[in-house]
Design a protein around this ligand. Structure first.
Ligand SMILES: C[S@@+](CC[C@H](N)C(=O)[O-])C[C@H]1O[C@@H](n2cnc3c(N)ncnc32)[C@H](O)[C@@H]1O
Length: 239
C-alpha cells in the first residue's frame, strides 16, 4: 500500500478547515459544559468530520465495518454512524458518562434505531466481543495517551480480527527534545479513571518494529491534522 503526500493531502486539510456550518459545533459547545469532548472544543466539529474524511481517503464504503476505539462522546462517531449502513459502526468506550452524553446530545432522533451502532465498555482494548472482522479500525487521539503495552495489545487484536484488506488508522504524537518517548505502563490523560489531562509520545521506529513483529506494516501518509497528531495507516504486510 503506497500513500503519498501531495495536492490530495492538502485537499484534506483545506476541506477540514473551510466548513462554516456550525450546527454540530454548537452541540459540541453545549456538550463540553457536561463532559470531556475528546479534545479542544473549538475544533470539535472539524476534528470529528476529519475522521470521516480520513477514512474515506483510505477507502471507506457505507458497507464497511468500522471499529472506533475510545469513541468518547462520538465526536467522530457522529459522522460515521450517519455515513455507514445499519449495523456497521462499533465503538469501544469505557467512560459511559461521556458516551451517553454524546448519544443524547449529538445524535438526532431516530438515528440510533435506524443505524443500530453497537458499543462495548471494557477497557482492555479487546476487539473480540463484537464477533466481527473489521474493515477499518480507527483510534483518534488514543495512541497519544496509551502506553506501549496498550498499543501492543491493540495491534495484537487488530492482527487477530483483521482480514487481508483491513486498515487500522491510528493518530500519534512524535517525541522531541522536550517531549520524551513514553516508557510508562499506563494511560495518561482523561478517561473513565482520570480527570487529568496529559499526552504521550511514541517513536515511529518503535511503532514500525512493533507492527512488523505482528506481520503488519505502518505507513505515514505524511501530513498532520490538528495538534501535531499524525495519522498512521497500518495494514497486514504485503497488501
Ligand atoms: C482523547 S479522547 C478521544 C476520543 C475520540 N476518539 C475522539 O476523537 O473524540 C480518548 C478517549 O479514550 C478513552 N479511553 C481511555 N481509556 C481507554 C481504554 N482503556 N479503552 C478504550 N478507550 C479508552 C477515553 O475515555 C476517551 O474517550
Amino acid at each position: 500500500m503506497t500513500l503519498v503526500a501531495g495536492p490530495l493531502t492538502l485537499g484534506i486539510m483545506t476541506d477540514v478547515y473551510v466548513n462554516k456550518d456550525d450546527y454540530l459545533q454548537q452541540k459540541g459547545d453545549v456538550l463540553s459544559k457536561k463532559v470531556f469532548v475528546g479534545g479542544p472544543v473549538r475544533v470539535f466539529e472539524r476534528m470529528g468530520r476529519s475522521q470521516l474524511i480520513t477514512l474515506l481517503h483510505a477507502g471507506l464504503y457505507p458497507h464497511s465495518k468500522v471499529l472506533d476505539i475510545g469513541c468518547g462522546c462520538l465526536r467522530g462517531g457522529y459522522w460515521l454512524i450517519h455515513f455507514l449502513d445499519p449495523g456497521c459502526y462499533f465503538g469501544i468506550e469505557p467512560n459511559r458518562e461521556m458516551l451517553e452524553a454524546g448519544r443524547d446530545g449529538l445524535l438526532e432522533e431516530g438515528l440510533l434505531e435506524a443505524k443500530q451502532p453497537r458499543f462495548d465498555h471494557h477497557d482492555d482494548f479487546g476487539f473480540s466481543r463484537f464477533g466481527v472482522k473489521f474493515d477499518f479500525v480507527i483510534a483518534r487521539s488514543i495512541w497519544s495517551h496509551a502506553s506501549k503495552s496498550q498499543i501492543e495489545k491493540m495491534l495484537d487484536e487488530f492482527a487477530a480480527h483483521a482480514h487481508p484488506k483491513s486498515v487500522f488508522l491510528a493518530s500519534y504524537l512524535r517525541p522531541s527534545l522536550m517531549k520524551r518517548d513514553y516508557k510508562g505502563a499506563g494511560w495518561v490523560g482523561k478517561s473513565h479513571q482520570s480527570q487529568e489531562a496529559g499526552l504521550v509520545y511514541h517513536k515511529l521506529q518503535w511503532i514500525a518494529e512493533t507492527c512488523a513483529g505482528r506481520g503488519l506494516e505502518a505507513t505515514e501518509p505524511g501530513f498532520e491534522m490538528f495538534n501535531g497528531q499524525r495519522w498512521l495507516y497500518i495494514t497486514p504486510k504485503g497488501r
